[in-house]
Design a protein around this ligand. Sequence first.
Ligand code: CMC
Length: 457
Amino acid sequence: MSESVDHTQEHATLTLPSGQVVELPVVEGTEKERAVDIAGLRQKTGYITLDDGYTNTGSCESKITFIDGEKGILRYRGYPIQEIAKRCSFIETAQLVIWGELPTPEERSYFSDILTENSALPEDFRRHFAGFPVHAHPMSILSAMINALQSYDLPNMIIDSDEEFQRVAATLISKVRTIAAAAYKSSIGEPIMYPRYDLRYVENFLHMMFSRPYRDYVPSAEATAALNLFLLLHADHEQNCSTSTVRMVASGQANLYASVAAGVCALWGPLHGGANQAVMEMLTLIRDSGMTAQDYLARVKDRSTGIRLMGFGHRVYRSFDPRALLLKDACDKLLNSMNIVDPRLDIARELEEVALADDYFASRKLYPNVDFYSGIILTALGIPTEMFTVVFAIGRMPGWIAHWKEIHDNPASRIYRPRQIYVGSPEREWVNRFQRDKGNTTQGFIIPEELRAKLSS
Ligand code: CMC
């Protein structure tokens, strides 16, 4: 354990079945959250701890984000998310998350310059987009392209100064947006747009998504504000699945591009960043089938269906996710300002109301999470459903970079290497190939019936 965590004078006492008693130090974080430091447990006793899904495991110390899931608190570097949402641009938020302080006007302006300088893709890099089949999922393109970018941008894979880190961080934040828009343009067979030096971050992304060579797209102030809010609300969320993945990869001293590309892959799943796409598909299904909110929730509560209410529930928040409250409000404002009537917003509101009054959800402390309303905002902005998780990844980039930096800058960092409890077969005697029982085939490995006779002859 490094020296930044406060070791209290207190100890927890653990009595093992053998009667051995071990004293384990208790540590305390800035916000008084407490942990039992078990780092020496195996060495002293031979025991490890088992915590499938890491529900109770603190995997690291971090200074970036604080969440109190019981009280619905989220802070980046000590600043409440509500303040940041009211006062910050996404880029200022990124600087806060990565470097730990709100930027001065000079720092803000200089960062903006290096984002602009690093926004375009190398000309011969653009041909990689043509290598993907039409309809390739943009998350697959994004993860591959970020990794590919490393070989153009950081061929020696070494970041050995603050200036170099700053350049690479700016490159990633800037180019991830260019790649995302290019992936979209390729998927619809339109020419890839160049970034523009005169547009700010969010407008530039919308320009690359929706302008055409012969017609500029000019977003409304409300559209820009809604996307800015979406991005900054996603900027970091401490040790979630993708961020832990980034830290895991970084702990082996993999370069920043490889680490965040791994984060993109981890984000893709429907229980994590893919939930925003899944929510929209759920709302569309309810709309098109004519089901009521009650009908759908009955399906969710029937455990045999395996259906979940997407956009509900969170491992850490046991009350409202503050990001969901901010997005719900933004969603109303955006749709009103654009005069859009989307029946899926009414369906979402009704699902929320009915679910919150239902004991199934109340007893499990399931509330709307960040993904519940975000899809309606992105749809109103014209962003297609399969791009939702990509836009989440653009927002999460500062957090991934900040966590990589925390590992990279810490001289005491060690490779992440959890242990396991092995529950497989005990040691077995070897069976020679032709003595293996043909009736007792490997479970889950399928040989088509028509081929089986041929293969055994
Ligand atoms: N709908 C119905 N039941 C649910 C839901 C849901 N959305 N979420 C949890 N439950 C039930 C679950 O079946 C279990 O019930 P029981 O105790 O009777 O078996 C109980 O609540 C606890 O669920 P869990 O799966 O043990 O909780 P978890 O902490 O492992 O999972 C979660 C958290 C977010 C994966 C889960 O709530 C979920 O699948 N939600 C839907 C997907 C979603 O919206 N994901 C986005 C998360 S926020 C953005 C992000 O981090 O990427």
